[in-house]
Design a protein around this ligand. Structure first.
Ligand code: BTN
Length: 328
């Protein structure tokens, strides 16, 4: 059942400028106006503030700035309102929590959100700094039951979808740096970490982790990262509504996943990727194991491998590795 607080928030968010009468809320919830008042008290305790005007009703005056599960649920589109979301004040890593929940048999899909990670991690086991500072830390858990080879473009597809969502949400175009980094210009604002457990010929389960720098203040990151990182708020010039953004991301990730496993993404993938590909046509160095390859990035192939043209002009394909952009 939808919590009454979520129903109240939905009604108020649908009338951002106007008032919603206490009797309309009571009718919507099937309870007395005193009951509505009690639920609004619970919302107040979470940092919401309301204006109550006699004979007009209620209006939302303030909402909590940090991640708030009730607000996320209130912003979800109708089709997604039953989405299973676990929202924790703190966790080691949302990817690890998702894996524990999968191992315990939780039904998929589900989402793990947190305000702070104590052991947030990125590719190559690097630390993902995850303070409680208005950023997004999320993991999405699935049981795709497809053969592992089908998943080679999964993170790339998700990244391109997220770029489109961020472009629409922020009105500032981002880019994706193969295979899992989200950028504005030459600064990183997000990263994806996909982890799968594979049976003999099938993916048993898959966790898609996403970290986005949304509202963290300048200076929140260690100095060596600060020079290469940015936040959505920084690019947009004002803090963003983290809960609304989170709801939009949940919607996009779940629909992109469905298209992907049904194989319905093939018609649009190349165009979407090319629209946000940060590397194409630019000089890059790729490090893979002990090898360093330099050349010009030439997009990706059907399997999601990065193409790099060396001096002889012939493209070489790379399934994995770390890319840096060279000046020039
Ligand atoms: C990278 O850029 O190397 C990927 C970073 C992925 C970070 C996210 S935050 C949510 C999820 N939980 C983790 O521990 N990592 C991912």
């Amino acid at each position: 059942m939808t919590p009454p607080e979520v129903v109240i928030l939905r009604e108020l968010l649908e009338h951002p400028a106007g008032f919603v009468s206490g009797s309309a809320l009571a009718a919507r919830l099937g309870m007395s106006r005193v009951g509505v008042w009690q639920h609004m008290g619970r919302l107040r305790a979470q940092g919401f503030a309301f204006e109550a005007v006699r004979s007009r009703g209620y209006r939302l005056l303030r909402q909590p700035a940090g991640l708030n599960l009730l607000l996320v649920q209130a912003h979800l589109r109708p089709r997604l309102r039953k989405t299973d979301i676990l929202c924790l004040p703190e966790v080691d890593s949302t990817n690890d929590e998702a894996e524990r929940q999968l191992a315990a048999g939780r039904r998929t899909p589900f989402v793990v959100l947190t305000r702070r990670q104590t052991l947030g991690r990125g590719r190559f086991g690097r630390v993902w700094h995850s303070e409680d500072n208005g950023n997004l830390y999320a993991s999405f858990a699935f049981r795709p039951r497809v053969e592992p080879g089908r998943m080679s473009t999964f993170t790339l597809w998700m990244g391109a979808n997220l770029c489109e969502l961020v472009a629409n949400f922020c009105q500032v175009p981002p880019g994706i740096k193969w295979p899992n980094d989200l950028y504005f210009g030459d600064r990183k604002f997000g990263g994806m970490l996909t982890e799968a457990r594979v049976d003999a010929d099938q993916i048993r389960d898959l966790v898609f982790g996403l970290g986005l720098n949304v509202n963290s203040p300048a200076g929140a990151l260690p100095a060596e990262l600060a020079a290469r990182a940015t936040t959505l708020a920084d690019r947009v010039g004002r803090p963003l509504d983290l809960s609304r953004l989170t709801a939009a991301i949940i919607g996009r990730v779940l629909s992109a996943y469905e298209l992907f496993v049904e194989d319905g993404h093939r018609d649009t993938f190349a165009d979407l990727w090319n629209r946000f590909d940060l590397l194409r046509g630019r000089p890059v160095t790729l490090v893979q194991g002990g090898r360093r390859i330099t050349g010009v990035a030439g997009g990706i192939d059907d399997e999601g491998s990065l193409l790099i043209r060396g001096e002889n002009g012939r493209p070489q394909r790379f399934r994995a590795g770390e890319v840096t952009l060279e000046p020039g």
